[in-house]
Structure formats: structure tokens, C-alpha cells
Design a protein around this ligand. Sequence first.
Ligand code: ATP
Ligand code: MG
Length: 567
Amino acid sequence: MAQVQRMSRLMIKTLRDDPADAETLNHKLLVRAGYVRRTAAGIWSWLPLGKKVLENITRVVREEMDAIGGQEVLLPALLPKEAYEASGRYDEYGDLLFRLKDRKGGDYLLGPTHEEIFTQVVKDMCSSYKDLPVILYQIQTKYRDEARPRAGVLRGREFQMKDSYSFDTTDEGLAEAYQLHRAAYIRIFERLGLDHRIVSAVSGAMGGSASEEFLAPAPAGEDTFVDCPNCDYAANTEAVTFTVTAVADASATGPVEELDTPDTPTIESLAAHLGVPASATLKNLLVKVDGEIVAVGVPGDREVDLGKLGEHLAPAVVELVTAEDFVGRPDLVRGYVGPQGLEKVRYIADPRVAAGTSWITGANKEGKHAKNVVVGRDFEVDEHLDVVVVEAGDPCPKCGTGLQVDRAIEIGHIFQLGRKYADIFSLDVLGQQGKPVRVTMGSYGIGVSRAVAALAEQTADDKGLCWPREIAPADVHVVAAGKALQTELALDVSEKLGAAGLRVLVDDRAGVSPGVKFTDSELIGVPKILVAGRRSAEGVLELKDRRTGEREELTVDEAIARLTDQG
Ligand code: ATP
Ligand code: MG
């Protein structure tokens, strides 16, 4: 039996003004509409309406996790440090981890994510291949001491996450658990009404589909990603890979010619001096890879993405060179490096620096550059790697259309972990052949409280929040304009709607002007607003669609019929 919530008894205080510290739409609106209150930086209290929305999201997540055979558990958030020491994450997490001591001086932490503890639980509970596969999940409070808790519940230091973990004896089993989660996530985000894209979390270099992120496009998002306006391609900016372009014809290019270019150590100064576009020049960035100097060549108008470079070269460590690295290296002329003079230096180049292309680049002499420097004729590229920062307009790797660079909120993450944690905790089960088999794992997260913020960001308009029905705190918001007769009708129709199984919020507050009530109803964002106003004496109400603003006048029975059959 659905309930009728009277606003006269609801703990709510709506605000006309944005909170002073609020930068994002979701933060402003969720506070103003009385869904959440800030308790401390990145720590939020969920008020009655907010709790309902959070519960609705939780319900959808739970139903879809159950549908793929997930078993819900609840593990502690307060954890002894030993398991995280064993995995190395007690230190790796650095300042992100909340650490604390008990009265006896024992070390504890507040769980940021639970791979270690789930591995231990399964080790404790499962001993045979017959006990697997298993998918376990929880919907629980997580703790991360984020450097910049901002944007309201979008990035909390305490937040709600659904985390699940799959345990299998075979790689095929893991791949299947991963696909089950992927499909469940798509259903979850569709039901939540969240517009989303699935992107590979790391570049192909690290093994593509082993980890994907679910991104909800929104200007308030902290992730940038590329989106193809023509096909379904979407990717993390670091994961976009551009392949080698066709070989160019250099037969008509003259020999290398040295140019006098005093005082032009930067691309800007060089391009200005010669009156050429930066794209005609070749920029050579020197880095150290495991201590050895390596040159990276990219068109002068592009930036090197050190993250991408690092990922390509992992596990080698990539660092920038410092002034000391030039000591005793007369072959490296700072600001005037050119690949044609680099004898013993490995040369990595962007695919755009293709065979036969001709460049203006350093002449390896102070104040001098060289033109007509041709790839494959005057110097060799040891390896082509896509290492530039992707830019809007770059060709889509799938269809060639100019890409868009957009912002998004990471709402979910699925990850084939493999045997990393099973190795750390020696998680084996007895296999079919009677020998121990090492277990393989996946881990999968959804930001449940973050989803509230993401949904608010994507659906709000200039009047306020605007929830999809399944997530809204009520199915219908009945507003009594003010007079006793109007309130009576509003309460009567609310009872009937409640009896018909609808969740009703009714504004029966006395002494609040109709204008304030209407503004509040738009701010609160229940999808249907039913007003008992001018024609209440005749038993006629006005039904308004929160999103479209469409209105129609209906009798009580018509309104009930209309609202109940929306399903
Ligand atoms: P981010 O890059 O945004 O910090 P993450 O990649 O560290 O997130 P995961 O470890 O993948 O996060 O956690 C799983 C999910 O939990 C994320 O996809 C996100 O939706 C949510 N989440 C992570 N950190 C927070 C936070 N501080 N507040 C709210 N939700 C979060
Ligand atoms: Mg993530």
C-alpha cells in the first residue's frame, strides 16, 4: 500500500537561494529542495526526500544484481589494516585512506573498496570448485578522504557504493561474470533514466575490455571523454588510439637545409620567427624511461600526454628530463633538438609523423633549425605510438568523423581483476581433478549516491529538479492552493491516489502562499503535479507535467484514472 506524505508533517525546508559554497547544479538544487544537508566537507545527511530517491536507486540496483544471480551481503566498513597491508594498498592509497586506532592501539581503516575482505570471505567459505562461481555484492557506505570533495554528493568523503565481486575458477567464467555485470549495468542505468556511455578505462596497450567505465555526460563531470557524433564510438581521452596514417611521398622534397633561428627555443617563437604554422614543425620532447633518455616527436601544435606515454611503456617509469640530464651530453642541444642528429637516442613518434612526411625541426645547434627533414630519409622512427593529448576534431578511430571532447561523471566501473588478489591471499579451491585451482576475480562498482547527483545534473531544468518517475520521491505531488475547500479536496484525492497504489506527496501546508507552493513543487521535481485550485468547488483539478509544463483540467476520477494508468 503506497503512502501519502503530507508536507505539513514533512521535515523539509526549501531555500530560494543557492548555498554559498555550491558550484554545481546538483549541489545547489539538492540542498535548496531539501534533499540533503552538508554535515562537513564531503559528508552529507540525507533528509526524507533525499533518502527516498537514494532508496529508489538502491532498489533498482538490487533488483538487477539479484537478476544476474548476485547474492547480497554486508561487510564491515571498519576494517583491520592487515588485509590492506598484505595487498600493499594500506600504503598505496596514501592520504585517500581514513586510518584510525582502537583503544588498544590497533590499526584500522574505513573501507574505500573491499577486494581484500571479499577475497578473505570467499577463502573462508568456499573450498571446492563446486562452490563457485559466485557473485557477491553489497550496498554500503565507503570512505575516501578525497583531496577535493566538491560538487555535493557527486564526490563525497563518505558515500554509498554498490560493489560486487565475482569468483571463478576459469578465465571464461570471469569473462562471463564480467558480461553479466556489463548487461546488468546497462539495464540499471536505463531504468534510472541516466544517459550514459561505456568507455574502455585504459588504452588498448593494457588489454582493452578488461576494464570499462560507465560515464554519464554532464558539464559538472570531472572526467573528459571523446564522443563520436556520427557512430557509437566513445572513449576515455587517454584511451583514444590513432593509427599510422598513409605513407607520404617525399620525392619532391629538397635536401635538408639549415636555418638561422636565433632565440627560438620554443615552438611558438620558432613558428613566429619563420611565419609557419606550428603544425609544420616537429617538437621533440626528451623524457627518461627507466633512467634512459628517449626522444618523443610530435607535431608542433600537439601536446604529449604523459599518462598515455606511461601506459604504453609500462612497467617502465617515465619522467621528465631535468637540466642535469644535459650535463656531458653535447649531442642534446636544449631547445634545438632534431631527430636527424640523435645517434644513440631511441626515437618514439606520433603516428602523424609518418614515413615520407617533411618537417621543420631542431638542427642540434644552438639557435639553428633545419627544414625538409624527412621521416625515413633523414631519420628513422624507432617506434610509432599514439601519445598526444586528444583534441576535438581528431578523427574517430572507427569512422573518421571529427570527435567531440565532452565532460562526464563516472557512475560505474567494471574490472576483470584476474588473479591479483587471489595470489596475495592464496585463494584456491579444490578443482575437478582433485588439485587446487587458483581463483580468478572481477570487481564492479556503482556510485549509488553519486547517481543521485548525476541524475539531478542530467534532468534538472531552470525551475529545479525533474526526476524520472521510478526514481522520484513520489509519483504525484498534490498541491492545495490554500483555501480550506481546496485542502479538503487535495487530501481527499491524495487518499484515493494512495489507495490506488500511488506514492503521493501532498502540499497541505497552511499559511504558505500558492505561489510559494507552486515554486516548491517545481523545485522538488516530482514528475506530475496535481493542483486543487480555482475549480475545487466543482471537483475539478489541474494536472501538470513537471517536464513539459503541459496542463489539463480533470475531475477527481479522471485524474486518478490518468495517473494510475501511466503504469
Ligand atoms: P573517481 O575517478 O571519480 O575518483 P574512482 O575511479 O576512484 O572514481 P572506483 O574505485 O572505480 O572510483 O569506484 C566505483 C564507483 O564509485 C565509481 O565509478 C563512482 O561512481 C563511485 N565513487 C568513487 N568515488 C566516489 C566519491 N568520492 N563519491 C561518490 N562516489 C564515488
Ligand atoms: Mg573508477
